[in-house]
Design a protein around this ligand. Structure first.
Ligand SMILES: [Zn+2]
Length: 316
């Protein structure tokens, strides 16, 4: 296991093997950053990553403060005091503040500072039908899948060197962040990126736009312009051989995942994208099926076993 300057963690099996397969799951999550502290000790926050500010209203937050965790609550004017037009308007970040119980700016500043990060304070729950509910399933579940796939591969390794990477900085920009750095150092010929994607089996979602992805319907395999047809073909073949339910998802351009950076690393990496259907993305209550998680790990471990030194990766 190794770490690097960007905070990525890499675990490796069969270091002398060939070719090299990189498995990527990002471990960063969306959060907030303290922007300003006022004279009364209230904190004003800005987003880290893509937030719907409505989700923040009424939540508890946990900040990484000067001497450990600091809890806060997101404050907003009560409904009783809102004017009609306020009630119909969506909340913005600048309408909200965080109350950490401090009575003054000095008291707040003794516990937190400008630039301290925070996340939602919510716990993981087991739900019926082999589901879990948690914040930051996007994409801790992907990081879990790649490590679990590596663990299963290690039980009976093939000829390939396989490196599972828990990568950083995915949520904050489109430049590839930790995954770009990690792909450079690992120098893979093949990569499988594991992220979450939108489950479409809940109300008010448009299947015509993104296809049909059910909870428990299996991992979703992306097919499109930047996905290696060789890797996708091998994933589908492996799924068929091992009787793993899966869905194909069409993506005509970039994928909004680490696949976008990894496929153009160095002299090019044959990249596949395996996604776990996830409900309520970027909320305190994201939901996935553990059956899909288990199937994704098996699929990827078996995929890695099927790769040999002379697997032809040329896109034709
Ligand atoms: Zn995300």
């Amino acid at each position: 296991m190794t770490t690097d300057i960007a905070g990525n963690s890499m675990a490796e099996v069969n270091p002398k093997g060939s070719p090299t397969i990189m498995l990527d799951g990002h471990i960063d999550e969306i959060g907030v950053i303290i922007q300003y502290i006022d004279d009364d000790g209230y904190l004003y926050i800005s987003p880290i990553g893509g937030w719907d500010a409505q989700v923040l209203v009424g939540q508890r937050m946990r900040f990484l403060g000067t001497d450990g965790d600091v809890l806060g609550v997101v404050g907003k004017k009560p409904i009783h005091l809102m004017k009609t037009e306020d009630r119909e308007r969506a909340s913005k970040f600048t309408d909200l503040w965080v109350d950490i119980g401090a009575a003054s700016r000095a008291e707040a500043e003794a516990r937190v500072g400008v630039g301290d990060p925070g996340v939602l304070d919510s716990r993981t729950l087991d739900f019926p039908n082999d589901r879990i509910v948690s914040r930051s399933i996007d994409d801790r579940i992907g990081a879990f899948v790649v490590l679990e796939a590596l663990r299963r591969y290690a039980e009976k390794p093939g000829v390939a060197r396989v490196v599972a990477a828990a990568t950083t900085q995915e949520e904050i920009a489109w430049h590839g962040g930790g995954a770009a750095i990690s792909a450079h150092s690992i120098n893979p010929k093949i990569a499988i990126v594991v992220d979450v994607t939108f489950a479409t089996d809940h109300p008010n979602i448009e299947k015509k736009e993104i296809g049909e992805h059910k909870m428990g319907g299996g991992p979703i395999l992306s097919r499109g312009a930047l996905i290696s047809p060789v890797v996708l073909g091998r994933l589908r073949e492996t799924a068929k051989q091992h009787d793993i339910a899966h869905v194909v998802h069409a993506v005509g351009r970039d994928t909004s995942t680490n696949a976008d950076a990894i496929h153009i690393a160095r002299e090019g990496v044959a990249t596949g994208l395996v996604s776990i259907p996830n409900r309520y993305m970027h909320s305190p209550n994201e939901m996935v099926s553990l059956v899909d998680v288990d199937n994704a790990a098996t699929l990827i471990a078996e995929f890695c076993r099927s790769i040999t030194a002379d697997t032809d990766l040329t896109a034709r």
